[in-house]
Ligand binder design. Structure first.
Ligand SMILES: Cc1ncc(COP(=O)(O)O)c(C=O)c1O
Length: 388
């Protein structure tokens, strides 16, 4: 069992940070690495030619290991999920009867590019709504998604978990059904990869995108992606020199070549040597590989088990364990809850969690402890008493 890892972070003891789904705290050692990487630019003559290519390759290898992908060349560096989704949407042609299937209130970065191409080709976005009733919500929502995949479906684009409340989507089943209908499966792993095991070989998606700054515990503005076979000969969004074959031969750069680097190589963002951020993201992923993601998820499961029982006992609505993540979950209130009062309780007790609509999104990680969870439960109980 993984033990609490708070000593690796700089979070004060009186702060309960329950908002990794927003942005992760950086580990102390990675903050040092980042500062060293910035300082290196004061002495650029110490940056060798290898430094332009080798660190991004090591990062790709480590991410490939994290998601059980057997070829690091299927991994590309991206600046954001929206960039990745735009890259794949750029390579999909639709006809008028085609549908792109997404779920209700999907994150905007995994929506607008689909809206663009459906408009362009006169096709349709089909949004799968959750059931209205809280009973079996996750199970029924998954069934609705599966039942909505048909010969009209060209793309299924969704997350492994819903970003707002952690509802789990059964990607292996969705993938099987999508393949039966020749639809592409495009995954936004931003709210799961790093905290919830994700296995490329079991899920068999066509593309995966993931920000670096949430569950991968890395920096902002550098994320990772996986591109499957469908995209092997596609068109990248931009034509940068470093994605071309033999770009490490600096003398030959203007011997222009029509050839890209293999597989996902063409989809890397320009300036992907990113001397400042690559070491941070790589250090974070090395740490995750050492902890092992299944242990991170198990740590979170153990941490939230008792608080969730307590919250359910006082009438809070929380999705069943089988259809919800353990690192990210939503608390809904089946009675009128004064959310302003709850927010001020959070502020007074230095609890950082997201309030969305009439729900609270709680996201925990290996730096959280029992004290954080007890504070959360007390604040909700106290607000309930005050509102009664
Ligand atoms: C599910 C999900 N995808 C993507 C993002 C970020 O998107 P982008 O990298 O395009 O800014 C977020 C940010 O909260 C998110 O929750």
């Amino acid at each position: 069992m993984l033990k609490n890892q708070k000593d690796k972070f700089d979070l004060p003891n009186d702060v309960s940070y329950l908002n990794c789904a927003n942005i992760a705290p950086l580990m102390n050692k990675l903050s040092i690495l980042g500062k060293e990487a910035i300082d290196l630019r004061q002495r650029p003559y110490k940056i060798s030619r290898d430094d332009w290519f080798k660190p991004p390759e090591i990062l790709k290898r480590n991410f490939a290991k994290l998601i059980n992908c057997d070829d690091f060349q299927r991994i590309a560096l991206i600046p954001s999920v929206s960039y990745g989704i735009a890259s794949v949407a750029n390579n999909i042609k639709l006809s008028k009867k085609d549908e792109i299937l997404i779920v209700h209130e999907q994150y905007p970065s995994n929506y607008y590019s689909w809206q663009n191409i459906t408009k362009k080709f006169g096709a349709e976005i089909k949004i799968i709504m959750p059931p209205n009733e809280p009973e079996n919500r996750g199970k029924l929502w998954n069934e609705k998604i599966l039942n909505s995949i048909s010969d009209k479906t060209r793309v299924v684009a969704l997350g492994n978990v819903h970003w707002a409340d952690g509802t789990l989507f059964q990607l292996e089943k969705i993938s099987k059904k999508a393949k039966q209908h020749n639809a592409l499966l495009i995954i936004d792993g931003s709210q799961s990869i790093g905290a919830l095991p994700f296995d490329i070989q079991n899920i068999k998606p066509d593309a995966v995108f993931c920000v670096g700054y949430k569950w991968l515990l890395g920096p902002f503005s550098l994320g990772l992606s996986y591109f499957g076979e469908y995209f092997d000969n596609g068109n990248p969004l931009e034509e940068n020199w470093i994605n071309r074959k033999d770009s490490n031969d600096f003398q030959g750069l203007v011997d222009y070549t029509p050839h890209y680097r293999p597989l996902a190589g063409r989809y890397n963002v320009g300036e992907n040597s990113n001397f400042h951020l690559v070491p941070i993201l790589n250090g974070a992923i090395e740490q995750l590989n050492e902890w092992k993601v299944e242990n991170v998820q198990a740590y979170c499961k153990n941490l939230i088990a008792k608080p969730i029982d307590e919250l359910k006992n006082i009438g809070c609505i929380i999705e069943d364990g089988d259809f919800r993540a353990n690192h990210l979950f939503g608390i809904r209130f089946g009675y009128s809850m004064d959310l302003e009062k709850l927010q001020s309780q959070f502020v007074n007790n230095k609890i950082f969690a997201s309030l969305r609509g009439n729900a609270v999104r709680v996201s925990v990680n290996v730096y959280n402890n029992e004290n954080d969870m007890n504070k959360l439960v007390s604040c909700i109980k106290n607000t309930l008493k005050a509102s009664a």
